[in-house]
Design a protein around this ligand. Structure first.
Ligand SMILES: *Cc1c(COP(=O)(O)O)cnc(C)c1O
Length: 412
């Protein structure tokens, strides 16, 4: 959905330079067609297999994006009470919400119970007991799944790998049978599912398929033991192409494989994709402030920084950086850095890129997931606006913050 027409970069039918001129930079821009296309790829590939595609809100919780997905029929995977609040404000259906996370508080569990969410993905026996007690107090029965840790290596960045025995997430699959057995005594908790999530940015789907086999084997054992297991939840994790020319898994092909494997099990299936729905659907627009040469390096100083997009600094991740207008000048090799006072503040290092001059605009690509949601006001920088493109129209769905926003609620 981001492509050049002649020498100008477009999002759908809108020249990105038009947006940059009108809203200023830095600014996040999202393609609604890309987001909906990715969601439908999941939804349609499941076909008539009972399923729920629960978008992982933590990847990008913008109300406009949640509303777009809610209208298309998505469920939502949340990891906090705040994310549930966002989903409700965007018109999401609480009956399609799953609540994940290793540290749910009593307040958050109560809020979710009141709203009637679909199910809790539980990560410890203490959590099962808490949900049971709170459900009893409100006279409800809570549906839950246990998030098991299948002990498969997701082969991704260590910070976003979650499915090994050493990680804080889930319950060791080897101990799961016992946990389900003991939970039979919890009257206000119905354990109806098995869930897992082994990591993020997976470019190889074999570990996911390995996890599926382990989860299915557990579900079969539990059913044989008399547990009323109705669904499995396979989490998120499909990767996207951050490097030009990189091959990311095809959503439709992967889900078709899952469908084949699951169609005769009688189980409903849930997935929790985040990055693979919004990652490629967003760019961060930035403007070149200065060119600067030192004895050893060429720097391109831009107006976007690590507070706007922390992925390069936090995960050493690569984002393609391309000009909004192509030029004939031969490329340069440079570090692209922002104004924040940290050496870790860079968007790219040693990058072969367009030979830009101050005032030129650049797009930092594949910035739709874990971009704005991880932004901060570090260095008292106002956070960028978010823009949603729909065909040939676009609108600001969150304005740029003002200095007043920076001090809201503070007392000197
Ligand atoms: C982060 C997370 C997801 C989404 O992962 P993606 O890699 O963005 O698809 C889904 N489920 C859980 C439990 C998560 O923590």
């Amino acid at each position: 959905m981001f492509a050049y027409s002649a020498s100008d970069l477009y999002c759908e039918s809108v020249p990105l330079a038009d947006i940059a001129h009108r809203v200023g930079t830095p600014a996040y821009v999202y393609s609604s067609q890309a987001i909906l296309g990715n969601f439908r790829a999941y939804h349609e590939a499941f076909g008539d297999l009972p399923h729920n595609v629960c978008y992982a809100v933590k990847a990008n919780g913008s109300l406009a994006i949640l509303a777009l997905l809610a209208k298309a029929g998505a469920g939502f995977d949340i990891v906090s009470g705040g994310e549930l609040y966002r989903v409700l404000k965007a018109g999401g259906d609480p009956a399609k919400v799953v609540f994940s996370g290793v540290g749910k508080t009593a307040d958050e569990v109560e809020f979710a119970l009141e709203q009637g969410i679909h199910s809790f993905n539980c990560e410890s026996e203490a959590e099962l007991a808490l949900i049971d007690a709170l459900a009893a107090r409100t006279g409800r029965q809570a549906d839950a799944a246990i998030r098991v840790n299948p002990d498969v290596d997701a082969a991704t960045h260590p910070y976003i790998s979650t499915g090994l025995r050493q990680h804080k997430f889930g319950i060791d699959i080897a101990e799961a049978d016992g946990v389900y057995e003991r939970a039979r005594g919890l009257r206000n908790l119905a354990l109806r599912g098995v869930s897992c999530h082994i990591g993020s940015q997976l470019l190889d789907t074999d570990p996911l398929l390995e996890a599926v086999e382990k989860v299915l084997a557990l579900a079969a054992r539990l059913r044989a033991a008399g547990h009323d297991i109705r669904h499995i939840d396979l989490g998120g994790g499909l990767g996207v192409a951050y490097h030009a020319g990189e091959e990311a898994p095809q959503i439709r092909a992967f889900i078709a494989q899952l469908r084949e494997r699951l169609k005769d099990t009688g189980l409903a299936v849930m997935v929790e994709p985040g990055r693979s729905i919004v990652g490629e659907a967003g760019v961060l627009l930035t403007r070149v402030l200065y060119r600067k040469k030192t004895a050893s390096k060429d720097f391109v100083v831009v107006d976007a920084a690590m507070n706007d997009l922390i992925r390069p600094s936090l995960y050493q991740s690569h984002h393609e950086i391309i000009p909004l207008r192509k030029s004939e000048r031969p490329p340069i090799v440079a570090d692209v850095v922002g104004p924040v006072c940290e050496s870790g503040d860079f968007l790219a290092r040693g990058r072969k890129m367009a030979n830009v001059v101050p005032g030129d605009y650049l797009a930092v690509c594949t910035a739709g997931a874990y971009g704005f949601v991880l932004s901060s006001n570090y260095n008292a920088r106002t956070r960028p606006p978010e823009v949603l493109v729909e065909g040939s129209t676009w609108r600001i769905v969150r304005p740029r913050e003002t200095y007043d926003d920076l001090i809201r609620g503070e007392t000197p």
